[in-house]
Design a protein around this ligand. Structure first.
Ligand SMILES: Cc1cc2nc3c(=O)[nH]c(=O)nc-3n(C[C@H](O)[C@H](O)[C@H](O)COP(=O)(O)O)c2cc1C
Length: 460
């Protein structure tokens, strides 16, 4: 807090400015350290509005936790930790005739000395402070009418159930939802998701959790690094002759030797629309399309396509979205590549979101500026999980690997530069496209452009 009333939140590695506030608002905000009732934010007074604004800003940065307190037992029931920027604790209304069941994506796990309830669908996690709640959650593995649940368990807290329902950890079942097993959970796209795949998707990307992401070296002081090259097995060794590193034998072998990551681009000489068209034509264009019957009895007709890179089950679930920062002949903006029509289709994304996407890529590469074109690889999950169980998401990531190498080789061949990027914010991408993170979500990124220095073949 500064004498002029401005407040900043400071953590070990960053500071967030929260704005300027009156002395009364600052005094009330001071209670946030121990607990400020949400009721203190309600009302139309200037003070309530100021504190509400401050709390919203803190929440947007994931700097707030919400306690659900039981005055009767004088203890916390749960502490809610937001995982997405705009989480706000809403309590859904429930009546005693409603039937509810635990979402099949919700799971309890130990975190340190605490028990937490999480779900890849939820915008917050619930730290469980009262063991009686675990018993209620266990009972909710089967559909339960609220009236029956309350008879069975005296300690059931309706506010908590309302919060869990709003966070999509619980589902309200309709008359036709039968057993509550693999119900569509409010969106039929979720039927196709395996539990572990949706958890992996949301926890191995950015946007829907607050765990450390990327090169954080969290365990570096506990475990030594593994060597770059695996120690040789002790068995009989068959020498394979001299290394051919100095004399690649074919243009393709040359291309593999020349390929390297380029992170800084020449903005005086950006890549052109014609080059971008050639790059997409070489790497990702639909080459042919056909129809075939799914390989099970009475299976429906399925459409297929052939493309320049290999794809699991010929599903070709990957889509390309281009955030264009600097490309001669193409306006700055977000575009979808129509791989069948070989065309770019403009998407109306906000300038601020485009800037955030490009800035995150620049940061991930430690580059001195944004890439000229940032390709986000998104997956139409249902295209592959309609067929494959247990391995759907892993197949998608393997397909991304195939496509990334195809990008690298094509860029090298064209005298352009590129770099794969291992992080990506699925919530930001969802906000830009209006696509739900579980319908068509970001699974990879590739920065493309004309490298700052002339590309010189490296000599090993
Ligand atoms: C899946 C994948 C993710 C990557 N993520 C990043 C990244 O986030 N930032 C970055 O600067 N480089 C990234 N790279 C590039 C690697 O750092 C690079 O390929 C590696 O250092 C070898 O260098 P080279 O590509 O020049 O041969 C990634 C590469 C791959 C294949």
């Amino acid at each position: 807090m500064q004498p002029d009333g401005s407040i900043a939140a400071v953590s070990s590695d960053y500071a967030v400015s929260l704005g300027q506030f009156s002395a009364a608002a600052i005094e009330r905000a001071g209670h946030l350290a121990t607990g400020l009732p949400l009721a203190a934010l309600a009302g139309k007074s200037v003070l309530a509005k100021q504190v509400h604004g401050l709390v919203q800003r803190l929440a947007r940065h994931g700097l707030l936790a919400y306690r659900l307190f039981s005055p009767r037992d004088a203890q916390d029931l749960v502490v809610i930790e937001p995982l997405i920027a705009d989480y706000w604790p809403h309590t859904a209304k429930l009546s005693s005739s409603d039937t509810i069941v635990l979402s099949r994506f919700a799971y309890l796990r130990r975190r340190g000395n605490e028990m937490v309830l999480e779900s890849p669908r939820a915008g917050a996690l619930f730290r469980i402070c009262d063991p009686a709640i675990v018993a209620t959650l266990a009972a909710l593995s089967q559909p339960q009418k609220i009236s029956a649940l309350r008879k069975q368990m005296a300690a059931v807290n309706l506010d908590l159930l309302g919060l869990l329902l709003e966070a999509e950890m619980l589902l309200k079942l309709g008359a036709n939802d039968a057993d509550g097993g693999r119900v569509n959970e409010g969106d039929r796209n979720l039927v196709l998701w395996d539990f572990h795949d949706l958890v992996f998707h949301t926890r191995s990307t950015e946007g829907r959790h607050v765990n450390p992401v990327g090169g954080a070296y969290l365990h570096a002081r506990v475990v030594p690094p593994l060597p770059a090259v695996r120690p040789r097995w002790p068995g009989k060794t068959i020498a394979l002759g001299k290394r051919t590193a100095l004399e690649p034998k074919s243009p393709f072998a040359n291309l593999l030797r020349e390929r390297h990551s380029t992170r800084d681009f020449d903005d005086q000489h950006p890549l052109t629309l014609a080059e971008l068209a050639q790059f997409l034509d070489t790497t990702a264009r639909v080459l042919s399309e056909w129809k075939g019957a799914a390989d099970f009895d009475d299976g429906p007709e399925v459409t297929y396509s052939a493309r320049p890179y290999p794809g699991a089950g010929s599903a070709y679930e990957l889509e390309l979205y281009l955030a264009v920062s600097n490309c001669e002949g193409l306006a700055r903006g977000l575009y979808h590549y129509d791989a069948s029509g070989h065309a770019l289709v403009a998407i109306d994304a906000s300038a601020q979101q485009l800037q955030a996407l490009l800035a995150a890529a620049e940061f991930a590469m430690g580059a001195s500026g944004p890439p000229q074109v940032l390709i986000t690889i998104a997956a139409r999950f249902g295209r592959i999980s309609w067929k494959y169980s247990s391995i759907a998401y892993s197949l998608i990531l393997k397909d991304v690997g195939c496509l990334l190498q195809t990008f690298y080789l094509a860029a090298t061949d064209m005298g352009l530069g590129g770099c794969a990027i291992g992080t990506g914010n699925i919530d930001l991408f969802g906000g830009m496209t209006g696509l739900e993170f579980y319908v068509e979500g970001a699974v990879g990124q590739f920065a493309l452009g004309r490298g700052r220095k002339p590309e010189v073949a490296s000599q090993m």
